[in-house]
Structure formats: structure tokens, C-alpha cells
Design a protein around this ligand. Structure first.
Ligand SMILES: C[S@@+](CC[C@H](N)C(=O)[O-])C[C@H]1O[C@@H](n2cnc3c(N)ncnc32)[C@H](O)[C@@H]1O
Length: 263
């Protein structure tokens, strides 16, 4: 019982640290409220050189990308549970990702050279799309299973002594429009800004490249897990850019597979 309570406490602490990093992220990317944002320099006493800023920022983003992608692979998860209870595996992933994100927010070097500056209606539109992106990220996490994604469900299952259920394939709401709404939300939040600086542009480009590469790995795992069901989904639903007009395909009309039903 003590071990199970310790797992739950670990999951709650990890989730708490994730919440701090998630709440900080819009402030960081949008330069709102927070003490240190993407364009807000830290006082390091001496001016930061452009080359140093680029190298430090790329290292920070690479650290996040490597941790986030390596730890998400099934082979790594199987290795990790040799040392940790299975119920801690997702919380460990969430904890490390969140700590690296906080490090990135803290150590990020702004590069303030302006790239574009919108005003009037364009500025309002870009700000609206920016917040729509964050809303999509938040909502999508609940559509596939927020508490499973962030390790709490696994810890509660362990507390009850029940088996940790495997991943289930779902296509609710936004997942019927694109296969990766959560990533689409991030892309909108990163790119839609009325005041783009060189540092923000570096952040947006590097993260776009990372997302596009990471999604290849994620989809490879999803195909390995769900086979033809995911292949059909791939044929039916676009990856990131919604189709403006529904495409009527022969196999759509013939298929009896209900999109949205757990497979
Ligand atoms: C951070 S979430 C991002 C999900 C998706 N890539 C997106 O952008 O909305 C990553 C986890 O979601 C899982 N996942 C992705 N698509 C899924 C789906 N349709 N149903 C259930 N789980 C899914 C992946 O296996 C992975 O564990």
C-alpha cells in the first residue's frame, strides 16, 4: 500500500510540475505576464552574442526533442520498466519533459531582431489564431485522454490494484478532422504572432521540423500497435492540414468502420 501511495504521489508531483510548465508556455511564447519570455532578456550582466544565442537555443530545443522522442519509443518504455514500476513510466516521461521545458524557458536567449510586425486587424487576427492554437492543444489532450497522457490514470490504477490498460485508439471530434490536432495547435500557437522576432522564428522553425519528424515516429508506432485500423485512418484523415472539402472516396462509402469508435 505504501508503494502504491508513493507512486500516486510521484504522479501528482509530476503532473503539478507539468501544469506549471504548461501554464508558463503561452506566457513564454506570447510575451505575456511571465518574468522571462521568448523575447525578454535575462540580466546576465554582459551582452549576449548572436552565435551564442543560436547555439544555446538549439541545444535546449535538441535536448527536449531527444528526451521527448527517445522516451516515447516502445523499446525505451520496455527497458525503463525493468527499473521502475510500470505505473511510474508515463509520469517519469512527463516529469523529465516538463523539467527540460522549464530549463528552456529559463535559459532561452532572446534574439530581438524584428522579422514582422503586424498592426490593426492583422494583429488581432494573429493573436486570435495564437490563442486558438493553445485552446486546441488543451482540448485535444482531453479528447484522447488527458489523465492517461500525463500518467495519473496509471497511478490510480496501481492504487486500486487493477491492471494498467494499454493504449486505445480514438478518433473523437478534432481527430476526425486531422490526425494530430494537438501538434496542429502547437504550430498555430508558435507561428501566429503579431510581432515575430528572429529568436521566435528560430523557435518556430526548429519546433516545426521537430514536430514533423516526431510524427513520423509516432505514426510508425501507431501502425505497429493498431495495424490496418490506423492505416485506414491515415488514408481517410489528413495529418495536420484540414481538408476544406470532404473527399468522397469509394472506400469511405463502402467502409463500415465507424470513425470515433474505440477500435
Ligand atoms: C502528445 S500525444 C499527441 C497526439 C497526436 N499526435 C496529436 O498531435 O494530437 C502523443 C500520444 O498520443 C497517442 N495517440 C496519437 N494519436 C492517437 C489516437 N488517435 N488515439 C489514441 N492515442 C493516440 C500516441 O500514441 C502518443 O502516445
Amino acid at each position: 500500500m505504501f508503494a502504491r501511495l508513493a507512486i500516486l504521489l510521484y504522479a501528482i508531483v509530476s503532473y503539478g510540475i507539468f501544469t506549471v510548465s504548461f501554464l508558463y508556455a503561452p506566457g513564454f511564447v506570447g510575451n505575456y505576464v511571465v518574468p522571462k519570455s521568448i523575447d525578454e532578456p535575462i540580466d546576465v550582466g554582459s551582452p549576449i552574442h548572436l552565435s551564442e544565442a543560436i547555439v544555446v537555443n538549439l541545444l535546449l530545443m535538441s535536448l527536449f526533442a531527444i528526451q521527448h522522442s527517445v522516451m516515447a519509443r516502445p523499446a525505451f518504455k520496455r527497458w525503463l520498466v525493468k527499473f521502475l514500476p510500470a505505473a511510474c513510466q508515463r509520469s517519469t516521461y512527463v516529469l523529465l519533459s516538463s523539467l527540460i521545458l522549464l530549463l528552456l524557458f529559463w535559459q532561452w536567449r532572446p534574439i530581438p531582431a524584428p522579422v514582422w510586425q503586424a498592426s490593426g486587424v492583422a494583429a488581432w487576427l494573429l493573436t486570435g489564431v495564437h490563442w486558438l492554437g493553445w485552446l486546441i492543444v488543451f482540448a485535444s489532450s482531453y479528447m484522447i485522454d488527458h489523465f492517461d497522457l500525463f500518467g495519473l490514470r496509471q497511478a490510480f490504477s496501481a492504487l486500486k490494484g487493477s491492471e494498467i490498460s494499454g493504449q486505445t485508439f480514438k478518433t473523437p471530434l478534432l481527430y476526425k478532422i486531422v490526425r494530430h490536432p494537438l501538434m496542429l495547435g502547437f504550430l498555430l500557437a508558435f507561428w501566429a504572432t503579431p510581432a515575430m522576432t528572429a529568436g521566435h522564428l528560430l523557435f518556430a522553425i526548429a519546433n516545426t521540423v521537430y514536430i514533423l519528424v516526431a510524427l513520423q515516429f509516432e505514426e510508425r508506432d501507431l501502425i505497429a500497435e493498431f495495424g490496418e485500423t490506423y492505416q485506414q485512418y491515415r488514408r481517410r484523415v489528413p495529418m495536420l492540414v484540414p481538408r476544406l472539402f470532404a473527399r468522397r472516396r469509394t472506400d469511405d462509402r463502402q467502409s463500415s468502420w465507424p470513425v470515433g469508435a474505440p477500435q
